[in-house]
Design a protein around this ligand. Structure first.
Ligand code: 5AD
Ligand code: FES
Length: 347
């Protein structure tokens, strides 16, 4: 009965709030069909290729205090590190040799990373590896800063909105953070011409099925080029330590709905998904995801970038992860490619 909603979604690329909600509520009935259609749609635009992004976690310092995150400023047990501009460049160089053509510079909100420092690294990476894309994931910054970073050569920016419901946003963040500023950043990035990525956690505390239906409407309206979603995974040293983790089942179902809503979207099967389910990333790919973001950070700092407990791949060299992922992805019938993996505007 709900299959016809999936068909309608595939055909028109959107549903009403009530239809999305009905699908989410009755997901067990349609999950397989939704995944099958989402996989077919992704094939239409991207074939069986899976894009890889080399993730460089440049700093575990963060001025924010989000209730869910292990890197929150109040977590005195967190081990802090920051990579110098030179170390960041070395990670990219190593990644280039391994076949990466996109580098994601991600970190907590850390004032050490001035516009000047970042512009220097971005322009150096772009000059040495002109066939690569640089993606930034450095949180909220000023309009002016986003403009300078774009001018220095940054191509894409990932800034998860975390939830499209302002009241929910307030329950996940302390007073010093506002939904309004998060949205200001997102619309700035879009206006500046970045390929934009937003996203949210699945199963975060206080999230309802109605919130998830609203997420789909928000994404449809915003039309981002990338959407990053992963299950909430509790971290022992945060206020949310006793909350249940989000599930792989709900996350993969939402990946399918997102693929059907935004057919060309670049959609990662995240590390968090691989953390709650050992086959999570493969299931994500089979449900419509087409991106993986293995870690390029130096192995010595990996265990210090812990957003949540039990994070996978923190002990492995990037080369090992690539080998592992190639095998895992081959088993899904897909293939990892060496490519910038840009959003497909035509076709
Ligand atoms: N579980 C899952 N995802 C998390 N993030 C932060 N903390 C957690 C957690 N405990 C996600 C947020 C953030 C991204 C960098 O990681 O969505 O935007
Ligand atoms: Fe890192 Fe498998 S992807 S070990």
């Amino acid at each position: 009965m709900y299959k016809k909603f999936i068909d309608k979604l595939e055909k028109q690329g959107s549903l009403s709030f009530d239809e999305y909600l009905a699908l989410i509520e009755h997901r067990d009935e349609v999950r397989e069909y939704a995944a099958e259609r989402a996989f077919a749609v992704r094939r239409r635009y991207y074939g069986n290729t899976v894009f890889i992004r080399g993730l460089i976690e440049l700093s575990s310092y963060c001025k924010n205090d989000c209730y869910y995150c292990g890197l929150r400023a109040s977590n005195k047990n967190a081990q802090r590190y920051r990579l110098t501009a030179e170390q960041i460049f070395f990670c990219a160089e190593n990644g280039y040799e391994l076949g990466f053509r996109t580098f994601v510079l991600q970190g907590g909100e850390d004032a050490y990373y001035t516009d000047e420092l970042l512009c220097g690294v971005i322009s150096k990476i772009k000059a040495c590896f002109p066939d690569c894309a640089v993606t930034l994931s450095l949180g909220e910054r000023s309009t002016e800063s986003y403009r300078k970073l774009k001018e220095a050569g940054a191509d894409r920016y990932l800034l998860r909105h975390e939830t499209a419901n302002e009241a929910h946003y307030k329950r996940l963040h302390p007073k010093a953070m506002s939904f309004e500023n998060r949205m200001r950043c997102i619309y700035d990035l879009k206006a500046l011409g970045y390929q934009l990525g937003v996203g949210f956690m699945v199963g975060s505390p206080f999230q309802t099925e109605e919130d998830l239906a609203r997420e789909m409407l928000f994404l449809k309206e915003l039309q981002p080029q990338m959407v990053g979603i992963g299950p909430f995974v509790s971290h022992r040293n945060t206020p949310f330590k006793d909350y249940e983790n989000g599930t792989a089942e709900l996350t993969t179902f939402l990946l399918s709905l997102i693929r059907l809503t935004l057919p060309r979207v670049l959609l990662p099967a995240t590390t968090a998904l691989g953390t709650v389910d050992p086959m999570g990333r493969e299931k994500g790919i089979l449900a419509g995801a087409n991106v993986l973001m293995p870690n390029l950070s130096p192995v010595g700092v990996r265990k210090k970038y812990l957003l949540y407990d039990n994070k996978i791949c923190t002990g492995d060299e990037a080369a090992q992860c690539i080998e592992c992922l190639k095998n895992r992805i081959a088993a899904t019938g897909c293939e990892i490619v060496t490519d910038r993996g840009d959003y497909r505007y035509e076709l």
